[in-house]
Write a protein that binds this ligand. Sequence first.
Ligand SMILES: Cc1cc2nc3c(=O)[nH]c(=O)nc-3n(C[C@H](O)[C@H](O)[C@H](O)COP(=O)(O)OP(=O)(O)OC[C@H]3O[C@@H](n4cnc5c(N)ncnc54)[C@H](O)[C@@H]3O)c2cc1C
Length: 533
Amino acid sequence: MRRWNGWGDDSIETSLPPRAIELLGTLVGLATPPQDASLEAVVGAVPGSRVAADPRLETDPLDRVRHARGQSLPDWIALRSGRLGAVPDAVTRPPDAAAVAELFALAARSGAALIPYGGGTSVVGGVTVRPSDRPVITVDLARTAGLHALDERSGLATFGAGTLGPDLEAALEPHGLLLGHYPQSFEASTVGGWVATRSAGQQSRGFGRIEALFAGGHLETPRGALELPCFPASAAGPDLREVVLGSEGRLGILTEVTVRAGVRPRQERFPAYLVPDWDRALELARGLARSGLPLSMIRVSTPLETATTFALAGDARLTGLLRRYLALRGMGPDRCLVIVGLTGHPAVVSSTARAVDDLVRGSRGIAGPGIGAAWRRDRFAAPYLRNALWDAGYAVDTLETATDWTRLPDLASDLGRTLRHGLETSGERVHAFSHLSHAYPSGSSLYTTYVFRLADDPDATLERWRTLKSAASRVIVDHGGTISHQHGVGVDHAPYLAAEKGSLGMDAIAGLIRTFDPDSLMAHGVLLEDGAP
Ligand SMILES: Cc1cc2nc3c(=O)[nH]c(=O)nc-3n(C[C@H](O)[C@H](O)[C@H](O)COP(=O)(O)OP(=O)(O)OC[C@H]3O[C@@H](n4cnc5c(N)ncnc54)[C@H](O)[C@@H]3O)c2cc1C
């Protein structure tokens, strides 16, 4: 069962290694475990629903609580404190496009606003219900899930939009196919959500971002159906798939998504390396990204992230040995961890590995034994640490952006500095560290994690987050970075969208929304600031 107020499956408990607690105590101060609200108390406080009884609408308070929020830090603060602010008036689970079309008619009649809900893993307020004069109905796509059609010869697989990552890959596997889209939220996010947010999987260099994997599908809009046919390529005017990608539920509801699945790769390895410092690590990443080598992933950590990764690794004896080995090999405290993905035909994997080794040696780097295998094992486990950190009294959030190689070094250092000093006026310290998560020939994404202490009062914790988030977003925009490389816009990034789209661009987006949704049935406050229901 999914945790109602945290990350992941509630049968999986993760604890922090004692050394991690010690480190956090030193870096940001000792923390006090918070008093969280109980599910019973939160459910008991749910107000009555404002929708008229209808067999399609579930008004059970527990169901409404479970759909009120996503996974952003403000969502966590609301859920853990029990101060939800608003919950949907009803939850509905349409099985197909025809049922979605009926929902639009119902919403138009009743003046309700609709929020599409895939896996609810949005970290930018994408599924968060906001207080509104209109009733709000959350549309959970779970009942559409499953493989609906497969053209094995072409590798085109049509899934219901509510299909979760693991179920999608499980349906492809018997056919020797693989999509290879692995956002860290893989276990709980859906193919419809990936398209709606333009998500990026950890191995997007090899398999492609969702833009490349999304072949077509069915978007049910308040104005009718928009069919997106699956051509291998087309020059027939503007590509309407691009309009749907990143539309975040503002144009309608995706009910089916056709993806381009590939042949399952025969071999996969994740070798890891250490290079002596950040300047060399950046140059290595740039060199690898521009080399033309078929790498499925390039992941490069700053010295602070590298040190934090070692501290969080559970086995103190092994990491101690590794540290001594690295010191003997000349890797001091500024060392940076580099992990690459090698995926494909064994012959290509071997030759690519040799070419990577050459480039790493040129950066005075060395192999980091065992680290790549550990990364692979834990690649979807890290988010569970959020639960353990919260229980220990620490809030953790992430930020991401992308920019060109020229601007990246200044953006990275300014962002880290801004976050680390961001709460100084309130006497609090922040631990912030980054890695390049997706490297491209012209630039890279930068993914930053920051940790700070929870305040005694949830509103004060929220204020700490607001201070840090707005300062960091300002730095990103001022340095010419995109406000989101992968998480989308949602509510939290909406104020910064105009900085990269321009006023004509914002008009064009608003015009698209008016075309598909003239009566604002899908206005749930995301993408455009004035779009609140
Ligand atoms: C721990 C963690 C790790 C993450 N790692 C990554 C990562 O590596 N890469 C990455 O890209 N993202 C990542 N994310 C962010 C998030 O998982 C992605 O944005 C994901 O694509 C959301 O999918 P979902 O099904 O959960 O969508 P939801 O959160 O349910 O919805 C997201 C938005 O899309 C809309 N929407 C959802 N389904 C539909 C539909 N069928 N039709 C129309 N609109 C729809 C919603 O209204 C909302 O605005 C992570 C999040 C968490 C919590």
